[in-house]
Structures are given as C-alpha cells and as structure tokens.
Write a protein that binds this ligand. Sequence first.
Ligand SMILES: C[S@@+](CC[C@H](N)C(=O)[O-])C[C@H]1O[C@@H](n2cnc3c(N)ncnc32)[C@H](O)[C@@H]1O
Length: 280
Amino acid sequence: MLSYRHAFHASNFADVLKHLVLMQLLEYLCKKDKPWCGIDTHAGPGSYTLTEDYALKNREFDNGIAKLWQRNDLPDSVARYVALIKDFNGTADLNRYPGSPLIIKHYLRSADRLFLYELHPTEIGQLQATVGRDKRIKTFHADGLKGALGLLPPKEHRGVVLIDPSYEIKTDYTQVVDTLRQQHKRFATGTYALWYPVVERRRNQQLELAIKNSGLKNVQLFELGIKTDSEEHGMTASGLIVVNPPWTLAADMQQVLPYLADVLGIDGAGSFRIETLVAE
Ligand SMILES: C[S@@+](CC[C@H](N)C(=O)[O-])C[C@H]1O[C@@H](n2cnc3c(N)ncnc32)[C@H](O)[C@@H]1O
C-alpha cells in the first residue's frame, strides 16, 4: 500500500509553504531558552537529491524552491528559508533539499529532542542514515499517527508536532482529525501543524468542517494555490492547519503568501487563504 515516495515531489510549492511555516514554528520555540520537543509523524527519508531520477521525473522543484533561488525581493522569512536551503547545499547551485527531519534538526539545541516516525521500509533506512547518530533524535519504524500519542505530553511541555501524511488512503482525511483531537487532549499547549493537499476541494471542505466541529481552539489555516481548482489537474493548492500558532505567524503570512502566490502561481492563477478556522 505504501507506494508514495516524497522524492518525486521534494521542494515543490507545497514543500516551500510547509517548510517555511515549520521553520517559523521552530524559530518561535527557540526564542526561549527552555527546551522543546519536536515530533514528525510522517518523516520521509529526511533529505533529497534533486539531480537524481525521482526528482527529475516531473521536476516539481522547478515550480518550488528553484523559482526563489535567485530572487532578490524575498520577504524576510522567505529569505531566511532560502538561506537555510542554500546553507544545506553549501554551494551556489541547487542540488539537494532537506526534508522536515533535517530542518527540525537544524534548530535543535543541546537539550531539545526530536522524534521521527516513518512507516515505509526503504524510507526509514534512508532516514536513519540521514539523521545519523544523535542523542537528541529517536527514529521509529512505526505508524506516526498512533505512535506519537504515547509521547504526549512531552516532559518539556513545549513543542511542535508536524503531521504530514501523503493522503494515499482517503481515510487519512478523517484519521488526522481524530489524531489531532487525541493528541491535543494529552498536550493542549503544544503547537500542531497539519499539512493537506487540495486535489478534490470537497474533501478539504469536509476536513475544515471536521476541524471546526472537533472542539479544538485557536486554529489557523494557511493555503497556497498555484492553479485554479480542478479535479483533473492533480494538486492545485496545499496548506497547513496550525493549532496554537505563534501569534506572529498570521501577520508574517500576510506578507509571504501574496508573494508566493505571485511568484509560484502558474499563468497568473496563484491564490492564497489565511483564515482563522477556530478562534482562541
Ligand atoms: C509527505 S511524506 C513526508 C515528507 C516529510 N515530512 C518532509 O516534509 O520532508 C509522507 C511520508 O509518510 C510516510 N507514511 C505514510 N503513512 C505513515 C504512517 N502512518 N506513519 C508514519 N509514516 C507514514 C510515507 O512513507 C512518506 O514517506
């Protein structure tokens, strides 16, 4: 069943938004000296080579990170994100792209911890090789939706949970809401970032309604579209639903999302949404 490989999609427009928001959540946690705990329920292999077959098949990075690489008009947080990716490459050329595990690892300080879940038998091996031996990081070849529950609440009482399924299985759309609700029950002050694709808008409307009816509070949505919605076009947009976002995030996204919609939108069809799904 696990046929999805993120290497086909790494650093596309969806990764740009996801990792940019993730970076902001981590920067916010690092503002205080107190340790935090990161959990990535769907970690993937951790790092991607953009010069190899998987990435070259559809060249999705061309309409993602590559379009930002040479720009000199980037909003501040986008500039920090691109700088992080350039740092990771170590050269002026774009050859590699870090997945969420390496982005979170970049922000770990000595007392912070990171827990990574990956179910795919090949991806877990790559993930372990990518993150290497690090006392702060633990990897699990297990279901992240179920497994992460057992880690909550973390002893740090501060942290971020990234939930980034591939939605290969349509029940993912409902399972993620159940999981979020259970996680939040155990760790109400945590920040949660749930990624979603827009392939059939109807499914997103159901997902948003389920979040609104879930009892969760303080939930914001950030979405970037590159094409007009159509069930024939594959993924036309994607976004993040963030529970307990830093108070600075929405204001920053007001700068970032119009810019990304303009630069990454195809034939002028870029769009964005910034919405409070549930108030505090
Ligand atoms: C979208 S990719 C993850 C990308 C990664 N978070 C990033 O941003 O770099 C989703 C990954 O989840 C894995 N996966 C699917 N179902 C899972 C589950 N229930 N628990 C853990 N991993 C799962 C897939 O094998 C795939 O590698």
